[in-house]
Design a protein around this ligand. Structure first.
Ligand code: SF4
Length: 418
């Protein structure tokens, strides 16, 4: 098995062993992250079954928790682990690594950057090249090179580290290991942002495990997330993505939201840092008011307090099946039936409605947004709006875009600008 982790291992394993593997790997990654000395660990032997299982299980944990700070920690620590492993390979081991990877590539053709990875591995299996790379190789060396489509190595093109000819980039051997590292990172980001683990959300073995390791995750979850108090929601809306701003305005105007939109908005507030007691306070303050205008919801806090309290506590995993709910992603919001009404992605609304939800957006940015909107590229339109507000370029904006991610980036940059 390769420690590039293209494919997960198949088979059965007792749940208690799975928990041990996950928590041991988490501790190991924390040590890597802090730069501590690493000690031998039977669950972390590179390329072993435990190593593979631990990696994929932590990917699941990362997706299920949906926490930006934890995702960043995981990506950074796993990439650093991969780097350390690659840097200690002898020429013989490097060839074995490349050979195994080529076999895995044959079985997983849907992974991004597989074509580039294949070209690289086809060179690394060659005895003279593996030897050349692994013996104190200089990063400026250009004795050998591989040719790649420029789109497969944009990072190197942007920093002018490659020669270009008719759309092909010539990547010198001094950069091959750095390139391998960037492919690993891209592949991991893709896995975390694109894998659908919905059925696992209600699997008791997984929720039990998550509950057990939750205390280990708290330092990551709370480090970047300020506590959001009910009374501060209005002032925080300046960091809200347009979809959540729309829900907030609707709620404040009519004091009611439909069931689904209330669910989406509650989870968003929870994931940006609202504790359960504050959530109860927030919803109580709105639902004790009479609904304004015509609204399908005829409930009130006074009459249905018990039901509301249960619903909120359930969302925080404190009632019923104690499921881990995380806020919904853009795809789900954009695909919801009631787009253009109470909820939905405003970039799908008609132009005038959309503009009302983009306060202070300059005309030139609006025309760029409209262009993306016309092509149905709603996430790109939203990123353009966010970047125009931040007035800076931010690489991480493009990765697995969600309303929570939007909020985290907007509030973080605001803090840095102060
Ligand atoms: Fe919300 Fe996503 Fe639409 Fe932005 S792109 S408004 S975050 S649903």
């Amino acid at each position: 098995m390769s420690f590039y982790y293209l494919t997960p291992v198949k088979g059965d394993m007792p749940a208690h062993l799975l928990e041990t593997i996950v928590s041991t790997r988490l501790d190991f990654l924390k040590a890597i992250y802090k730069g501590d000395t690493l000690v031998y660990n039977e669950y972390m032997v590179e390329g072993s079954i435990y190593d593979n299982v631990g990696h994929f299980m932590l990917c699941i944990v990362t997706i299920l928790t949906g926490n930006t700070a934890f995702s960043q920690f995981f990506l950074k620590a796993e990439t650093e682990l991969f780097k350390r492993r690659i840097n200690t390979l002898s020429a013989y081991d490097l060839r074995r690594f490349a050979k195994r990877l080529l076999n895995s590539i044959k079985r997983s053709d849907d992974t991004p950057s597989c074509e580039a990875l294949k070209v690289l591995c086809q060179h690394l299996v060659l005895k003279n090249l593996a030897h050349h790379i692994s013996i104190s190789h200089n990063t400026n060396c250009s004795i050998h090179s591989i040719e790649l489509n420029f789109k497969q190595c944009l990072m190197f093109v942007a920093s002018r580290q490659v020669e270009m000819k008719q759309g092909m980039a010539k990547l010198p051997c001094g950069k091959w290991l750095q390139y391998l590292l960037s492919l690993f990172n891209t592949n991991l980001r893709h896995r975390i942002s694109q894998t659908d683990v919905t059925p696992l959300r209600s699997d008791p073995r997984i929720t039990d495990m998550l509950n057990k390791i939750r205390k280990d995750l708290i330092p990551f979850m709370s480090s970047n997330t300020e506590v959001l108090l009910s009374r501060n929601v209005d002032s925080s809306t300046k960091f809200f993505p347009p979809c959540m701003l729309n829900l907030h305005r609707n709620l404040r105007a009519r004091h009611r939201l439909s069931h689904t939109q209330r669910f989406f908005y509650s989870l968003f507030l929870k994931d940006i840092g609202m504790p359960v007691e504050e959530a109860i306070d927030f919803w109580r303050n709105e639902y004790k008011l009479n609904p304004n205008g015509t609204h399908v919801c005829c409930h009130s806090w006074e009459k249905d307090e018990k039901k509301y309290l249960y619903g909120i506590r359930h969302m925080y995993g404190l009632e019923g099946g104690r499921k881990t709910y995380t806020s919904v992603n853009c795809q789900r919001i954009q695909g919801s039936d009631n787009a253009c009404s109470e909820g939905g992605c405003p970039f799908k609304f008609d132009y005038q409605q959309m503009v009302k939800l983009l306060p202070g957006c300059p005309d030139n940015v609006l025309s760029q947004i409209n262009e993306f909107k016309r092509k149905k590229q709603y996430n790109a339109a939203c990123r353009t709006y966010l970047q125009s507000n931040l007035k800076t370029d931010c690489d991480s904006v493009s990765f697995s875009f969600t309303p929570v991610k939007y909020y985290m980036i907007a509030s973080k940059y605001e803090m840095q600008l102060k």
